[in-house]
Design a protein around this ligand. Structure first.
Ligand code: TYD
Ligand code: MG
Length: 455
């Protein structure tokens, strides 16, 4: 008999090793390797015989393509206009951010539309779920709940369901397959349980929604492979100190990436925020140096955010760069460009940068607004209250074009901004009263802000 092999799997990134080592060579994490005895010996694999595959022509394939809308407009927007039958969605987020609340509200809405909903929790007991449902005022008595963790039982149950259903698993890390020796939460269990549930969902056209935990680095716990296995990956972000929560699509086979939905956590659950720009700008103060408004784009949605910079003399040998909501390497690059091309000396200054409202920006188009906020703080000159910025900055100090200027300008116009600072040739006339500053190089931005002082 061939002896079963042992392998060691990194619980952080899923890399496989034949012997135990203290530090994973792929992701550099310590003590993340766990023994896994469940490997088929290679002899067994090579002996198994395959079957001939039946191919099909595309015109012989039929599909049901009516999306199921949830009534939560912000969620519908993020998933691309409703759930596709047979699709698998993974929602990741920090503990306490509101994943369970969002999905409980979701099954509440869907069951009101006569969809069959099943909510399986491996984390909370039925009485705890009932308590939360009462708090959220979910009155529908057709939702079916179970507090189980065996993934085979769940897949067998949905295979035997006659009606197509919506299945929520809270969370995939608590699920396990009894055939595997490893304990729940390990990479092999998470992967195998997800695989089992996904197969069942695809076969029965079930809409499967998995909740995933995040590791301390912010990736979905369990290997990256979980993200490859599902159709849509959403991240539920936000700071626990803020009430706002942002649902962001990270991967979507049926929609746009990086689409966001904004919610507010209230006493009785999550409420949608229909006009996030107005919310992010609500606490703005007039005549403060160091703030600039960025006309950004998240997926297909334009959004205005306030960027705040504070630049002060540093008492430390190496000055501090403290950032909330933006990328530190991008800031270092901008500082270098400001030093080299505009003679603004920042090497002995502490820089504090904050994107107000708790949102995280990923777009390079934010460069121009960040640079404007920094210049305004260094020169102690407030920027005109009704102006917005967008544009990417290159290493030679040139201001580059960005995508979709019309959407950004329209949003700015809607909220009463009438001075648009933008890369050259991206002007789009929305209304005649607006003025445009076409910028080609960074020194023009410095001149523009200095001019504000004289007015
Ligand atoms: P929860 O959905 O349990 O988070 P997750 O499943 O992501 O871990 O959310 C828990 C947090 O939300 C908790 O801090 C309490 C808060 N909360 C409210 O503020 N209002 C509510 O109506 C509910 C249900 C929760
Ligand atoms: Mg939860």
């Amino acid at each position: 008999m061939i002896k079963p092999k042992t392998q060691f799997i990194c619980q952080s990134c899923g890399s496989i090793y034949t012997r135990w080592i203290g530090k994973c060579e792929q992701c550099n994490q310590w003590n993340t390797l766990v023994e896994d005895n469940n490997v088929k010996p290679s002899g067994v694999l090579s002996k198994s015989k395959g079957k001939r595959v039946n191919f099909q022509k595309l015109n012989e394939v039929n599909y049901e393509y009516s999306r199921i809308k949830t009534n939560l407009n912000e969620l519908d927007r993020v998933i691309g206009g409703g759930f596709v039958p047979g699709s698998v969605t993974l929602i990741g987020g920090d503990p306490g951010i509101g994943k369970s609340t969002l999905l409980l509200q979701l099954v509440g809405y869907l069951s009101n539309q006569n969809q069959k909903c099943i909510y399986v929790s491996g984390e909370e007991s039925l009485s705890q779920i009932k308590m939360r449902a009462d708090r959220l005022d979910i009155k529908n008595h057709d939702i079916e709940f179970a507090s189980v963790t065996n993934a085979s039982d769940i897949s067998m149950t949905i295979n035997s369901e006659k009606q197509r259903c919506i299945l929520v698993i809270d969370s995939i890390q608590t699920m396990y397959l009894p055939q595997l020796d490893s304990s729940p939460g390990t990479v092999s269990q998470v992967r195998a349980s997800a695989h089992e549930l996904i197969l069942a969902a695809k076969k029965t056209n079930t809409i499967l929604i998995l909740i995933g935990h995040l590791t301390k680095d912010g990736a979905i716990a369990g290997p990256k492979v979980l993200e490859h296995m599902v159709d849509t990956v959403l991240y539920f972000e936000g700071d626990n100190n803020f009430q706002y929560r942002i649902l962001r699509s990270f991967k979507n086979r049926f929609g746009t990436n990086n689409e966001i939905g904004v919610f507010e956590m209230c006493n009785n659950g999550l409420k949608e925020i229909i006009n996030p720009s107005a919310l992010f700008l609500s606490d703005r103060q007039k005549n403060i140096p160091g703030t600039a408004i960025f006309a950004g784009l998240e997926g297909t949605r334009p959004i205005l955010v306030e960027i705040q910079a504070l630049v002060v003399h540093s008492k430390l040998g190496s000055p501090r760069r403290i950032i909330v909501g933006w990328d530190i390497s991008r800031l270092s690059m901008l500082c270098a460009v400001l030093e080299a091309r505009c003679k603004i000396h920042l090497s002995n200054m502490d820089i504090f940068l904050n994107v107000a409202g708790g949102i995280r920006l990923f777009e390079p188009a934010a460069d121009l607004a960040v640079a404007a906020a920094i210049i305004s703080s260094v020169k102690n000159i407030p920027i005109s209250f009704n102006s917005v910025f967008f544009g990417e900055i290159g290493l030679s100090g040139e201001i580059r074009k960005v995508s979709q200027p019309e959407l950004r300008i329209k949003e700015a116009s809607k909220l009463g901004f009438d001075i648009i600072n933008l890369p050259t040739k991206q002007k789009v006339i929305i209304n005649e009263d607006m003025s445009y500053n076409n910028l080609t190089v960074m020194s023009e931005l410095v001149d523009l802000i200095s001019k504000d002082n004289k007015n």
